[in-house]
Design a protein around this ligand. Structure first.
Ligand SMILES: [Zn+2]
Length: 281
């Protein structure tokens, strides 16, 4: 019996979109192969057949990029609230509780301090599994404080974006102002001579792409990541032109000078260390 007959193929793009589905097998959304989960995990959650980079939870990203047990997490008590008492299909407060239960996180960002091959850094990551990694007050505040700590301690700042959700509409203007707030903190960090390396992963969209994710001194991206501001359909309906094939992928953006380098997940850690050495000397 073929593996995908023992259980419904977990792939369906719908489910892959919201993180790696549970089960022994994964379906690769790129080459459609059925992949043994353990095999993908051994390769840092990359498809063994076509190199598709699967979703990676924040904790796993920290484990892959930072030296073992070197991460010290900051601001762990920052929790989201619901000042607008926003309600779409479900009340925001209820949605938050559900996302917290599902992910074990209070909100979508994790920041702190750690080491990359022995080099101290301030590190932050946004996790797609929590409300598509969207930036509300907590994500904005954590990233701002991370930039401020990096400024104070004169350490390189490394941020990994996995934010397909952009700004978090459930927090309205309080969410939108995070774009300006994080950007200001990054500008002060830049004026102080700090090194900021931004790493874009699949997907990085909307208000996140329009703020901190694309303000790095160096912008790296994982292969095949979806990166952009508005979605393809929205742009098409607005400009009414045929859009180039794959215009919101890492590869297209690299060719057009929008990002500096595409780095395979297995090389990211070494690449960050190399960049720090190159820039800090
Ligand atoms: Zn594949």
């Amino acid at each position: 019996m073929k593996p995908n007959e023992t259980e419904p193929a977990p792939g369906g793009t719908e489910r892959v979109k919201r993180g790696v589905p549970e089960g022994m097998w994964l379906r690769c959304p790129q080459c459609k192969a059925t992949v043994f989960r353990k095999e993908a995990e051994k390769r840092l959650n990359v498809c063994p057949d076509c190199d598709y980079h699967f979703y990676l939870p924040a904790r796993e990203r920290i484990r892959q990029l930072l030296d073992e047990d070197s991460f010290e997490e900051w601001f762990t008590d920052l929790a989201p609230c619901d000042p607008l008492e926003f309600k779409d299909r479900v009340p925001y407060a209820e949605r938050l509780r559900a996302e917290q239960g599902k992910t074990g996180m209070l909100d979508a960002a994790v920041v702190g301090r750690g080491f990359v091959r022995g080099r101290p850094v301030v590190f932050g990551v946004t996790d797609f599994a929590f409300m598509a990694g969207s930036m509300g007050s907590v994500v904005g505040e954590k990233l701002t404080r991370a930039a401020e700590e990096a400024t104070r301690s004169r350490l390189p700042l490394i941020l990994v974006s996995g934010s397909g959700g952009g700004a978090r509409m459930q927090e309205g203007i309080l969410s939108l102002m995070q774009m300006a707030k994080v950007s200001s903190a990054l500008a002060r960090f830049d004026q102080a001579g700090g090194l900021y390396v931004s790493i874009l992963t699949n997907p990085t969209m909307g208000g996140v792409a329009a703020s901190f994710a694309l303000q790095g001194d160096l912008t790296l991206a994982e292969p095949g990541a979806l990166i952009g501001f508005a979605g393809k359909r929205t742009i098409k309906n607005t400009v009414r032109l045929e859009l180039p094939e794959g215009f919101q992928t890492s590869e297209f953006l690299f060719q057009h000078g929008f990002i500096d380098r595409i780095v395979h997940r297995k090389d990211l850690r070494t690449e960050i260390a190399r960049i720090i050495d190159y820039c800090e000397r």
